[in-house]
Design a protein around this ligand. Structure first.
Ligand SMILES: *Cc1c(COP(=O)(O)O)cnc(C)c1O
Length: 396
């Protein structure tokens, strides 16, 4: 086994060697600008971009013309939310989302709230799922957009996107989804799911960082939005800027690999995940799974170890790369707003660890992590005054 062991695949994934291989020529000899139509270098780059666009479109069952390249899901989310808000501000001002969305949705929403829009946050249940009926009741004639994620980045819970999409379609309200944790992990079909706009990102599916896409439906309905970056008119004027050709080529290859192996890979990841959940629950008392027990993305488990501080636990198992909450919120040392939103309280949030199993993790690594976490939790509890008190309480 090689240390440290990487079990944080929900924050980013390592690049697949097959992806790197197809990118290399575009970082060296084939360096052309895809917008240069007057010579071979540009034409070759453009052809590679269009091939990749087709691979990505096919993977989510869209048309190639409905894929707009961006720098990642954060930018895609900003483009979708602000672009739709600006385009439809005369029609209405209400946006509907949920409190467990990624910050890349919540922060643009906060921005829009400062600029005259209203944002309604649907409550989520104890697993972090949105009830589609709550959405139906929340939509009114001022609603211009619904944005609800397919799968949560911290607790892995998968929303009933097909039902949510159906309601939006019935009510004739545009539906955006942050698909970043789902695309490449579970089947995503923008037509079956009635999705009008979807953000996703290459580095969460074994592609390179700094490249993502926004799917924008072109018919039934034709979605229009206001561009947020002005420049040379690239990507039909929706997102200007010289295209990241090596990134795009890698993104396309990463999607085509996922489409080939996703079914088998997801079976293996579910096996690894459930082994870890079941053994940790067996080995350790007062240990709880956060998120839905079944409706969750294959590689993700999020556990709270009562009486143990997650920061202390991570220090104790330094040879294992995991995270408490999400990478984005760990930077601020704030406990997870997602765990709090599902009603688990501060103590659960402070003792939660996210394990993100991925393509390159072995069963040997999974078993090592189970053993190490068990030992570390027991050791830290022995040193914990809170745990002592709890045991004494139980005796008396
Ligand atoms: C990682 C992630 C993002 C941000 O994606 P970037 O490509 O890193 O900008 C947005 N939403 C979700 C759900 C994510 O998991």
């Amino acid at each position: 086994m090689k240390f440290p062991i990487y079990i944080d695949n929900n924050s980013t994934t390592p690049i697949d060697p097959k992806v790197l291989e197809v990118m290399m020529p575009y970082l060296t000899d084939k360096f052309g600008n895809a917008a240069s139509k007057s010579h071979r270098f540009g034409i070759e780059a453009e052809a590679a971009v269009e091939h990749s666009r087709e691979q990505i479109a096919k993977f989510i069952n869209s048309e190639p013309g409905e894929i707009i390249f961006t720098s990642g899901a954060t930018e895609s989310n900003n483009l979708a939310l602000k672009g739709i808000a600006e385009m439809y501000s005369k029609k209405g001002n209400l946006i509907i989302t949920s409190p467990t969305e990624h910050k890349a949705i919540l922060d643009p929403c906060k921005y829009l709230e400062k600029h005259g829009f209203e944002v309604a946050y649907l409550k989520v249940d104890e697993y972090g799922s949105v009830n589609p009926e709550d959405l139906r009741n929340a939509i009114n004639d001022k609603t211009i957009l619904v944005s609800l994620m397919i799968a949560n980045n911290e607790i892995g819970t998968i929303n009933d996107i097909k039902e949510i999409g159906k309601i939006c379609k019935e009510k004739e309200v545009l539906f955006h989804t942050d698909g970043t944790q789902a695309v490449g992990k579970i089947p995503v079909n923008v037509n079956d799911m009635h999705i009008d706009l979807m953000s996703f990102s290459a580095h969460k599916l074994y592609g390179p960082k700094g490249i993502g896409a926004l799917f924008i439906r072109s018919k039934n309905p034709r979605v229009r939005l206001v561009e947020q970056i002005n420049g040379g008119g690239h990507e039909k004027g929706i997102r200007s800027g010289t295209l990241n050709v090596p990134g795009i080529v890698g993104f396309g290859k990463a999607c085509s690999i996922c489409s080939e192996i996703m079914e088998d890979e997801s079976k293996r990841l579910v096996f690894h995940r459930d082994r870890m959940i079941n053994r940790l629950l067996e080995n350790i008392d007062h240990c709880y799974l956060n998120g839905h027990p079944q409706k969750r993305i294959p590689g993700n488990l999020n556990m709270s170890f009562q009486f143990v501080d997650s920061e202390g636990l991570m220090m104790e198992v330094k040879e294992i790369a995991v995270s408490s909450g999400s990478a984005c919120t760990s930077a601020t040392l704030e406990t997870s707003y997602v765990i709090k939103a599902i009603g688990k309280g501060e103590e659960f949030a402070r003792s939660s660890i996210r394990f993100g199993l991925g393509r390159f993790n072995t069963l040997e690594e999974v078993d090592y992590v189970i053993d190490r976490i068990t030992i570390a939790v027991n050791k830290l509890r022995k040193q914990s005054p809170l745990y002592e008190l709890f045991l004494e309480d139980r005796k008396s």
